[in-house]
Design a protein around this ligand. Structure first.
Ligand code: FAD
Length: 310
């Protein structure tokens, strides 16, 4: 059995594995796709002390760093079920999709999240070529340009306010007949001179010139008319979905499906910790996920040294 078993091999899981292994305890990582969301990222300019890197390069560096330690890395393994220890101090079981099961004294959940996509023609083709999902990450790349934000919930309106301070012009498109963001955010948004708000708008297509985004089309849901907007960037803000479906019923999740953690990364299940985008910790970023992963590993170690064997 492991002392610490990490589920997920993104920035949070990698940091957790390194911190755990450095305590000289038996550490394993099971990940569906080692590297996580970082693998899908192009330019990264906010990983502090590294002014510019690229996703695949950072993912390779994460793997290299983890493999410098005695960590049992099990890549391409999907966890499907967590079974808490039968008695305090007992082993926690993780069942994998391949039928195998892993046992550990402590578990760190770091299965991340995925951005909900529009599912329209051009979205996939122009991802990272104008189609973006993270305003904190990619906003500055569109300085002085025209962008759209898709989604009028809190995250869409926050993104539009944030981007309005950087880009030339923001067009916010909401599917519903009204914005769903908090009133105070809506008021702020409406006070900005370079923001245009379109409600009852369904984005139907992303246009590009083969290398980058040049515009989008949306349908007015009341009239059926299709309009085209010329622009350079599209920020899709229609939801970030935590990869926690498999934990329903075993670990306490928030209404949005995020794993509930305390300041130490402890979940509702003794010996089970969590970190990164899958949790309730706000602001989903690489550097934050790494900090939280490190913290969860230290909490797991703290738990282990106090553990009375079952
Ligand atoms: P993830 O990176 O999502 O990793 C989750 C891991 O868990 C993966 O290994 C996955 O395969 C695995 N997993 C999931 N489910 C299971 C399961 N059931 N069983 C086993 N394994 C599982 N952040 C920045 O700070 N700067 C940026 O410039 C930036 N740009 C971004 C650009 C894009 C296009 C995207 C999508 C995100 C970007 N982010 C950026 C956000 C950043 O990538 C995330 O905040 C960060 O990767 C979260 O790390 P994590 O370890 O919590 O989760």
């Amino acid at each position: 059995a492991f002392d610490v078993l990490v589920i997920g091999g993104g920035p949070a899981g990698s940091a957790a594995a390194i911190y755990a292994a450095r305590k000289g305890i038996r550490t394993g990582v099971a990940a569906e796709r080692f590297g996580g969301q970082v693998l899908d990222t192009m330019a990264i300019e906010n990983f502090i002390s590294v002014s510019h890197t690229e996703g695949p390069k950072l993912a390779a560096a994460l793997e290299h760093h983890v493999k410098e330690y005695e960590v049992d890395v099990m890549n391409l393994q999907r966890a499907e079920k967590l079974i808490p220890a039968a008695a305090p101090g007992g082993l926690i079981e993780i069942q994998l999709a391949n039928g195998a099961s892993l046992k550990s004294k402590t578990v760190i959940l770091s299965t991340g999240a995925r951005w909900r996509q529009m599912g329209v023609p051009g979205e996939d083709e122009y991802r990272n070529k104008g189609v973006a999902y993270c305003p904190h990450c990619d906003g500055p790349l569109f300085k002085g340009k025209r962008v759209a934000v898709i989604g009028g919930g809190n995250s869409g309106v926050e993104a539009a306010i944030d981007l309005a301070g950087i880009v030339a012009e923001v067009t916010l498109i909401e599917f519903d007949s009204q914005l769903r963001a908090d009133e105070v955010l809506q008021r702020k948004l409406r006070s900005l001179p370079n923001v245009r708000i379109i409600t009852s708008g369904l984005t139907t297509e992303v246009h590009g010139d083969g290398t980058k985004v040049t515009g989008l089309s949306y349908k007015n849901r009341n009239t059926g008319e299709v309009h085209r907007v010329d622009l350079e960037g599209i920020f899709v803000q229609i939801g970030l979905v935590p990869n926690t479906e498999w934990l329903k019923g075993s670990v306490a999740l928030s209404p949005r499906g995020e794993i509930e953690v305390d300041v130490r990364g402890q979940t509702s299940v003794p010996g089970v910790f969590a970190a990164g985008d899958a949790t309730t910790v706000p602001y989903k970023q690489i550097i934050i996920a790494m900090g939280e992963g490190s913290k969860a590993a230290l909490s797991a170690f703290d738990y282990l040294i106090r553990m009375v064997p079952a």
